[in-house]
Ligand binder design. Sequence first.
Ligand code: KIV
Length: 275
Amino acid sequence: MSAQSKARRITAPDIRARKGAEPLVCLTAYDAPMARLLDPYCDLLLVGDSVGMVVHGLDSTIGVTLDMMIMHGKAVMRGAKRALVAVDMPFGTYEQSPQQAFDNAARIMAETGCQAIKIESGTYAADTIAFMAERSIPVIGHVGLRPQAALADGGFKAKGRTSAEWQRVIDEAVAADQAGAFAIVVEGVDEDLGREITEAVSVPTIGIGASAACDGQILVTPDMLGVFEWTPKFVKRYDNMAERTSAAVERYADEVRARQFPSSAEVYALKRKDG
Ligand code: KIV
């Protein structure tokens, strides 16, 4: 395929321009083959630090490292040619100072070739977002339920249960917007709060468990494909891969035990040259 006929990659300004327009279709991706399958349908693929839980079997995202994110980011970039690819900054790689965040974000972008990074952003993170955005790093904020704060919060809890918490989430979103984020993931809030946040900011909101009041939605791909027995309540399952995979593997195991698989002679149809 010539350089001219390649599909144009979606950029941060393209995503930014979708505020209040056609909803943004976003999913997580962690490897090249799945990224290739998702790419034609998605505006944005996020290499989420959820990779720690859904691929590596960790209990939380806390143990995810920069090297893990870079390895998965490179794989997704090999598979996705059209969607904007954003890579999550894992816990401990951006909170210390804007300079620390910039250095690690620049490394992620240079080594993976991704188009943006995402950070979980309390109001404290506004300076960090501004520092990176002013230095040409496209940043996505993430407010509401912030999985990296689950230990401090006592679990993965929806936000907006008190007036103070409600206001805090709005403040987080407005801070990320004013600091220069080009989109904001809003996780774990009810529809009224999702709408209020979406109206309060100038950039698209991408909801996860945050209702259709947002400017788009992102889901963790293995959740929506039904890879796990348990998924969060807000996730609609579009398939049941756990059941279908078990059924396929059971069939395979039965056939191997019954020696119902082609012999290499059938597959290669080799003719002995010496006889
Ligand atoms: O890590 C992740 O997959 C995320 C999504 C839940 C938005 O941050």
